[in-house]
Design a protein around this ligand. Structure first.
Ligand SMILES: O=C(O)C(=O)C[C@]1(C(=O)O)C=C[C@@H](O)C=C1
Length: 360
């Protein structure tokens, strides 16, 4: 005979007690790991180990829980265990409710200390000066392309990339009422204004578009003026008590932004190979015919796949460029090491921005 609701709840309560005991056993072990790490000075955050833990559980998973749910649950469990080892302060473009904050929470879990900043330069400064251990910055968007300021900052920074995450970005038009009537000004970060330009031209052709430091800041300002609207996430809307006047107004339905996590090598050295890794570089070659082609030869010769290739002006006035390259693999793999060594030999400028586990 089928169990009643109260019988099922009694069983759930007893499973929860088992989980509680198991989780606290896990947390106590993490505490011991923390002591070991404090003793030998090794980094608390080990994203490659966390990726292995999640992949291991997913391959053992027989359901009914979905693999994606396992990843979310264990991200939080490990975040809480990590916080017991040492608190992680994470800098990102604030205020509360930005996609950068969401990227930070998805990557590190919610047991972090928040260091919201007013622009990307401040995020780099926080992570370089020690005000935060880690910084989170957007590097590219599937509609608008690269976030140029982030790439320029990475070039000269002592910080390196230790992780990445890609978020589906849905922009909503937020204001104090749920209609489009009487909107005079739309406030958002320039990237969001660009990602919604077709919608804005069609639906609010006469509204002024005003660039502000972040989408959440636009939402905050819109909360104080009924003739203003912000473009931001649902979370930002909830944060400032706004209505959604129009939903998902981004011009591309599958608008994604890729974020990277940066820190000083002293806070955390490059993650060890996880089996699914990315290595990011910035290089330049002398301005002569065939130089860019030559730069790609070592990759082909050693069978290394390139997943991204972006150029940025070197600002020398000589039509020279920096090339931002993402390669598949980890420098501990011999074919990747050989390709990097050959590449280094032919580049006028060569810098490894980081090597890290690929986002799921
Ligand atoms: O294995 C470690 O190095 C730990 O510190 C434990 C643990 C975990 O909770 O599993 C926590 C933090 C690290 O980022 C990786 C894993």
């Amino acid at each position: 005979m089928a169990k009643t609701l109260s019988e099922l709840r009694v069983l759930i309560d007893s499973v929860d007690q088992e989980l509680l005991t198991a989780l606290n056993r896990r947390a106590a072990l993490a505490n011991e790991v923390g002591e070991l790490k404090r003793h030998d000075g090794s980094p608390v955050f080990r994203p490659e180990r966390e990726a292995q833990v999640i992949h291991g559980l997913q391959s053992a998973n027989q359901g009914p829980l979905k693999d994606s749910s396992l990843a979310l649950i264990w991200r939080e469990i490990m975040s809480a265990c990590r916080a017991l080892e040492a608190p992680q302060r994470v800098a990102y473009l604030g205020p509360k409710g930005t996609y950068s904050e969401e990227a930070a929470l998805r990557f590190f879990g919610s047991s972090i200390q928040h260091v919201p900043c007013t622009n990307f330069d401040e995020v780099f400064h926080a992570a370089t000066s020690g005000a935060a251990e880690f910084g989170v910055i957007p590097v590219e968007n599937s509609t608008e392309g690269v976030v140029t300021r982030s790439l320029d900052l990475l070039l000269n920074s002592p910080l390196h990339i230790v992780g990445e995450i890609s978020l589906l970005v849905r922009h909503h038009l937020l204001r104090t009422q749920a209609s489009l009537e009487g909107i005079e000004v739309v406030l958002a970060h320039p990237q969001a204004l660009a990602q919604c330009q077709h919608w804005l031209t069609t639906h609010l052709p006469h509204a002024e578009r005003r660039a502000v430091s972040s989408n959440a800041e636009g939402a905050r300002l819109a909360a104080g003026n009924p003739a203003w609207a912000g473009i931001a996430s649902e979370r930002a809307g909830a944060e400032f008590g706004l209505h959604i006047a129009a939903q998902a107004i981004q011009d591309e339905a599958f608008n994604r932004t890729r974020f990277v996590m940066v820190c000083l090598p002293a806070v955390m050295p490059a993650p060890e190979a996880s089996g699914k890794d990315c290595t990011s570089l910035v290089v330049s070659v002398p301005n002569r015919p065939g130089a860019v082609h030559d730069m790609l030869v070592p990759l082909k010769q050693h069978g290394v796949s390139m997943t991204r290739f972006e150029s940025r002006p070197a600002r020398s006035g000589q039509w020279e460029y920096f090339f931002y390259i993402d390669l598949q693999g980890h420098p501990s793999e011999p074919h990747v090491a050989a390709a990097l060594q050959d590449l280094r030999g032919i580049c006028a400028f060569y810098k490894v921005l980081g090597t890290y586990p690929l986002a799921d």
